[in-house]
Design a protein around this ligand. Structure first.
Ligand code: FPP
Length: 247
């Protein structure tokens, strides 16, 4: 097993789970099979993070842009998500996992919305790991919606414009009570964020791997964490300022 320091784990890991389609293509099967295998990886990774002691895990399960995929694929992904919520609720309750979601849930059909809200409610008192599903999520949509709500509050006198700070703005985002990600992982050799956590990723460490999501294992996760632990997070300060804190 790769050497990682369990005392300095990233508090919040966020993952862009990419490559299901290419994985399926390489196997000579339809794209949906890639997503089915992708769900298995989700289960392994959730378990690995929980066992390791990661406090927050965000998974980019369905982007705002994914709504424009062929209808058959959208329906299949929705069915898989619904099935996942039903099959994993027990696992979440038994393992002290709290479920949250970020995204525009208005676009979701009733059965999946219901399953999501039910599991969120039932797990709301759990204090172990928080699993956040980014569903019908887009970073620019999130920021636009937040700006709209804040502008309404300003217009109606609930918040004086001169009191608006980055902290105040962040309270209008879907992630209001969620700490920023420390480590963002993207699989499948694509080097971009694709509208994921645009505001929240300001100081996240980014890790890219060629491995396709269905092939991503606990060992790959360890590799990403070990790589993260090699880095010096400076948050805009100098190296000297950072190391002084540890003297
Ligand atoms: C990207 O692969 C993946 C998605 C668009 C969906 C991710 C969904 C899952 C892993 C399964 C459902 C999730 C949960 C939480 C149960 P792609 O289709 O874009 O792959 P490609 O780039 O190779 O075509």
């Amino acid at each position: 097993m790769r050497k990682i320091d369990f005392k300095s784990l990233p508090h919040h890991i966020a993952i862009v789970m990419d490559g299901n389609g290419r994985w399926a293509q390489r196997q000579g099967v339809g794209r949906i099979f890639g997503h089915i295998k992708g769900v298995k990886t989700v289960k392994h990774v959730v378990r690995a993070c929980r066992e390791m002691g990661i406090k927050f895990l965000t998974l980019y399960a369905f982007s705002m842009e994914n709504w424009d995929r062929p209808d058959r694929e959208v329906q299949a992904l929705m069915k898989l998500l619904e099935k996942y919520l039903h099959s994993e609720e027990r696992e979440m309750l038994d393992n002290n996992i709290r479920l949250l979601s970020i995204g525009n849930l208005e676009f979701l059909k009733d059965p999946i919305k219901k399953a999501l809200l039910e599991s969120t409610r039932k797990t709301s008192q759990n204090t172990g790991m928080t699993l956040i599903l980014a569903l019908s999520y887009g970073g620019r949509d999130e920021i636009t919606e937040a700006a709209k709500k804040m502008a309404t509050d300003a217009m109606e006198g609930r918040i004086p414009p001169q009191e608006i700070t980055k902290e105040v703005f962040a309270r209008y985002l879907y992630t209001a009570n969620i700490p920023d990600p420390d480590l963002i992982i993207r699989t499948s050799g694509e080097y971009r964020l694709s509208n994921f956590l645009l505001w929240q990723s300001a100081y996240a460490e980014l890790y890219f791997t060629e491995v396709l999501w269905p092939d991503f294992t606990r060992e790959e996760l360890m590799k990403a964490i070990a790589d993260y632990q090699q880095r010096q997070r400076r948050f805009g300060l100098t190296s000297e300022q950072i190391t002084k804190d540890f003297d």
